[in-house]
Design a protein around this ligand. Structure first.
Ligand SMILES: [Zn+2]
Length: 415
């Protein structure tokens, strides 16, 4: 019980050596699509119990491009077209792969050539195009896979032609995507298809080359030379790349991560340098403090030396029987020594003055202008004790028997 289409292959056109395998494919694909169960009440269309959806062809081609052009108006026509291209290619390639996978498992097809054969027939039954495979094709697994084929009545070219709009670029990007997705699934190798001629731009046919991504450019070059395709047309052939957008996004993401790492590295370096500077600063401060301390000690030692090694002898000398002229010289000597030392006694040094803690307290209160009675109250001692402390302070400051006010002297030490 032969159906006419069992003996005549009429859904695809293939080289003679592939005729039988395609005829076989046509047989079971036709059976698969032989009865449609449409149930609008359930919103369902089914073939062989598999649910399908109907999409208006132009919505997925011409009108989709127009919408994208409008949406990305700010980025220009070319970028809008590239975005549409990538989007539609990715969708169609994914659908092609998924349809192939499901179909192979449902129809129990194992052989790669049989799998490939089901594709174009399936394509014809689902309304995408009618496929013509050229004899130069070499559909083999591996990098030498080569398919050159036309899509007659491509739904995409039809959508453009129906609007009577001629383009200057090939439009059948979903045809490229779906066919390469199906074949990729059939042979288990990455495949890409580029449309090299398109009816929508005035060519005689919509012609595609499908190959391994590493070989596609060479095949297109070869074809362009043989077919005398002008360079300006040839350079408009877009070689789609599955998930190009994702690759670009990944590259961008990687670059961003790289930049972030670089910034972090520089920040770390700056932080380290900053820490080193801070440490150096602290060390410098310590050295300065030590130097200041040393200077202070040197001054004090100098003053102590004068006080202990010179002044007593000078005092003794003035108490001896000296002439008037000698006394004048002694006075001058004393005055000069005092002039040399007084700027050095700029800070009241307990070490130099040799004051006891109690004497320092009394001296501080005197300096502040506190009267004896109050000092006695504050320090909780008798007035006599204060008088005694004052006397000792005057002695230590060598103010004994001199008409120099203690407070004035203490204040002068502070200047
Ligand atoms: Zn086309």
């Amino acid at each position: 019980m032969n159906h006419p289409s069992d003996t005549t292959l009429n859904t695809v056109s293939v080289p003679d050596d592939l005729y039988h395998v395609f005829l076989n494919a046509q047989h079971y694909v036709r059976n698969y699509f032989s009865s449609m169960q449409q149930d609008p009440a359930k919103g369902s269309i089914k073939f062989s119990d598999e649910q399908y959806i109907l999409v208006r062809a132009s919505s997925m081609s011409k009108e989709f491009f127009d919408m994208m052009a409008l949406l990305y108006k700010d980025r220009g026509e070319k970028e809008a077209r590239t975005l549409s291209f990538n989007f539609l290619f990715d969708i169609a390639h994914s659908i092609g792969k998924a349809d192939a996978k499901s179909f192979f498992s449902k129809m129990k097809v194992d052989d790669p050539i049989e799998k490939l054969a089901a594709g174009p027939v399936h394509f014809a039954y689902t309304g995408w195009a009618s496929v013509k495979i050229h004899p130069l094709s070499n559909p083999v697994p591996g990098e030498n896979f080569y398919l050159i084929y036309d899509h007659l009545y491509s739904f995409e070219a039809q959508a453009w032609l129906a609007k009577e709009e001629k383009t200057d670029f090939p439009v059948c990007v979903m045809n490229s995507g779906y066919s390469s997705g199906w074949c990729e699934e059939s042979f288990g190798i990455p495949l890409v298809a580029a449309e090299i001629e398109c009816q929508a731009k005035g060519d005689r046919q919509c012609r595609f080359i499908m190959a391994h991504p590493s070989k596609i450019k060479d095949y297109i070059n070869e074809y362009a030379k043989k077919a005398y395709i002008k360079y300006e047309h040839y350079k408009k052939i877009d070689i789609p790349e599955f998930f190009k957008r994702k690759r670009l996004e990944d590259e961008l993401k990687n670059y961003k991560t790289h930049l972030e790492k670089l910034v972090q590295k520089r920040t770390d370096k700056l932080t380290k340098t900053n820490q080193q500077l801070e440490e150096a600063n602290i060390a410098l401060k310590v050295v300065l403090k030590q130097m200041e301390q040393q200077e202070k000690t040197d001054k004090e030692n100098f003053l102590i030396n004068i006080k202990q090694s010179i002044m007593p002898y000078l005092n003794q000398l003035s108490e001896t029987d000296v002439s008037k002229g000698q006394q004048v010289l002694l006075d001058r000597l004393e005055k000069n020594i005092s002039q040399i030392t007084s700027p050095l006694i700029s800070k009241l040094s307990s070490k130099y003055l040799n004051l006891t803690p109690m004497e320092i307290k009394v001296a501080t209160l005197v300096k502040d202008g506190t009267v004896n009675k109050e000092i006695a109250q504050i320090l909780n001692v008798s007035l006599n004790t204060i008088t005694s402390h004052r006397y000792k302070i005057r002695t230590k400051l060598e103010l004994k028997n001199k008409s120099i006010n203690l407070r004035s002297y203490l204040l002068s030490l502070e200047e």
